[in-house]
Write a protein that binds this ligand. Structure first.
Ligand SMILES: Nc1nc2c(ncn2[C@@H]2O[C@H](COP(=O)(O)OP(=O)(O)OP(=O)(O)O)[C@@H](O)[C@H]2O)c(=O)[nH]1
Length: 524
């Protein structure tokens, strides 16, 4: 994993902050969306519940209304039967009272009415039979009275019905029955006036050419009320159940929304990460890497960043500016490179010239101007080196100090220029005769010094002798035909310095001069 990838994870990185911002916005959107969705779902649930409750209430109301209507219709039908049944007896009763008055017959009727109030039908029947001859009450009337009781008994089987009153034309109780709390039928002795409950009344006039009386039903609606209460309880239970269901449904919706939200959130995060990676992080990473290359001076290995010319955002501007900067750097660098190359060439040229001058200077400083061999300065240096080698390795070396004989005479005879030519020719001869490893130089005036490394005094003597002969036999052009030299030799001895060695060679040279010149002598 590269440092760039790791820096992406750093909380201080721009990428991290961008993703964190997206994350927060997503979380906020998700939370608000979740709350709104759950609230909407909850409201929808409660609306559905209210609609169901209203529908249920309407259903119950219709059912109760229908039950009440059915009860009333039923009671009215029964009332019609009773009314029809009591028509005959009431007619008779009216006739008796009107015709007979409150006489013995009236008492008989009253007695009959009393009998009628009794539940024992046989007694009624026997009472009627006993008093039948007193008034025109035949078996049909008897049947009618029996019908009244039987009908009432039958009708009272209806649980809502509490009492039945048959009133005569004077609103006096003609016959009546009531049910006690145990459902047992009792004849009424007087007009029905129960306080135990609020009762409803249903009455029907009895008419046969004339008003004979009326039949009154006293009934209650407890069954219907109970049905209504049950309906209310049922609705209350439904509300409780629906409330619980709504809570459960809300929880389920919350869970579902939470799971959906998490999935949505993860997918969004993934999408945002990919988009951010492609559109922001990759270009930024490339920019960063390129900037690092530029900082390290390796900008020439990189190309321009992605061709994001189409991007209109800040990053696009940054990339284009970066590419422009890169191009400017390249151009500037190329110009610098060209200038540098030019400069390098100039420096090289100047250096070469300088080196040549230095070499020339060195050559001049170490070369004798006339003879073009080493001068005294160079000879001193070579002498020092040779002395160090001899001291270090205990090596042997010798020096040869030679001087042109009667050189003043040559100058005087042939001129100074001819003398110079003799010196030049002499230097060439010395170089020719000596080995490559020997160091030949002009010591001063017409004196030459030759350093002979790895050469003993004996070998140096032989070498000097051969040189002397060569010079003596050499023909110098434009001047004296014969020139000789005298030479003095010395070899290194332990503790020697340049001065001591030259001193000894000089003494030998002096001796050679003294002994007649054109000779070579070693210091002894
Ligand atoms: N042409 C010329 N003459 C030089 C040069 N250097 C020294 N001389 C002359 O060389 C002469 C040396 O003379 P002396 O020192 O007397 O030695 P000599 O004449 O060679 O006598 P001996 O050495 O004793 O044989 C002097 O006249 C110097 O002027 C030089 O570079 N060129």
């Amino acid at each position: 994993m590269s440092l760039h990838t790791l820096s992406f994870l750093s909380p201080r990185s721009l990428n991290f902050r961008l993703i964190a911002s997206f994350f927060s916005i997503l979380l906020l959107i998700f939370s608000i969306g979740n709350v709104i969705t759950i609230q909407l779902a909850r409201e929808q649930l409660y609306q559905q519940r209210d609609a169901q409750i209203a529908a249920q209430r309407e259903t119950f109301r219709i059912e109760i209304e229908q039950a009440e209507q059915h009860l009333i219709a039923d009671l009215q039908a029964q009332l019609a039967i009773i009314t029809k049944a009591v028509r005959g007896p009431l007619q008779n009763h009216v006739s008796v009272v009107r015709d007979v008055g409150e006489s013995a017959e009236a008492q008989i009727v009253r007695q009959f009415a009393d009998c009628l109030r009794n539940t024992e039908t046989s007694r009624i029947y026997s009472c009627l039979k006993v008093h039948a001859h007193h008034f025109s009450l035949d078996s049909i009337d008897l049947t009618n009275h029996l019908m009244i009781k039987t009908s009432i008994e039958l009708l009272l089987s209806r649980e809502e019905l509490v009492a039945v009153e048959v009133l005569d034309w004077e609103d006096q109780l003609f016959a009546g029955y009531a049910l006690d709390r145990d459902g047992i039928l009792h004849p009424l002795r007087q007009r029905f006036a129960s306080q135990r409950q609020i009762l409803r009344r249903l009455e029907q006039p009895v008419v046969e050419d004339d008003y004979l009386g009326r039949v009154i039903f006293h009934y209650h609606t407890e069954t219907i009320d109970a049905q209504s209460r049950r309906a209310e309880e049922s609705i209350a239970q439904f509300i409780e159940y629906s409330d619980r269901s709504a809570v459960t449904a809300t929880h389920q919706i919350t869970q579902t929304r939470l799971i959906e939200g998490v999935i949505f959130f993860v997918l969004s995060l993934l999408a945002i990460s990919i988009i951010t990676l492609v559109t922001i992080i990759r270009p930024l990473t490339q920019l960063t890497r390129h900037a690092e290359y530029i900082a390290q001076g390796d900008w020439h290995v990189i190309q321009a960043c992605d061709a994001s010319v189409q991007r209109r955002d800040e990053l696009g501007i940054l990339i284009r500016t970066f590419n422009l900067m890169l191009e400017t750097i390249r151009t500037t660098h190329q110009e610098l490179k060209n200038a540098n190359t030019c400069l390098e060439q100039k420096v090289k040229e100047r250096t070469r010239e300088l080196e040549e001058k230095n070499q020339q200077l060195e050559r001049l400083s170490s070369t004798d101007g006339l003879t073009q061999i080493s001068n005294r300065v160079k000879l001193d240096e070579q002498f020092r080196e040779q002395l160090q080698l001899a001291q270090r390795y205990d090596a042997v070396f010798s020096i040869l100090l030679c001087d042109v004989d009667f050189f003043k005479r040559i100058n005087d005879t042939y001129g100074h220029q001819s003398g110079d030519l003799v010196l030049i020719e002499m230097a060439q001869l010395l170089q020719q005769e000596m080995r490559q490893t020997d160091h030949v130089g002009r010591w001063g005036g017409e004196e030459f010094l030759v350093i002979l490394p790895e050469t003993s005094l004996t070998d140096a003597l032989a070498l000097a002798e051969r040189l002397r002969c060569t010079i003596a036999n050499h023909t110098f052009p434009g001047g004296p035909t014969s020139v000789t030299i005298s030479a003095g030799l010395s070899s290194y001895q332990i503790g020697d310095t340049q001065e001591t060695m030259v001193e000894r060679a000089d003494q030998a040279l002096y001796r050679a001069k003294s002994e007649g010149r054109n000779r070579v002598l070693a210091y002894s």
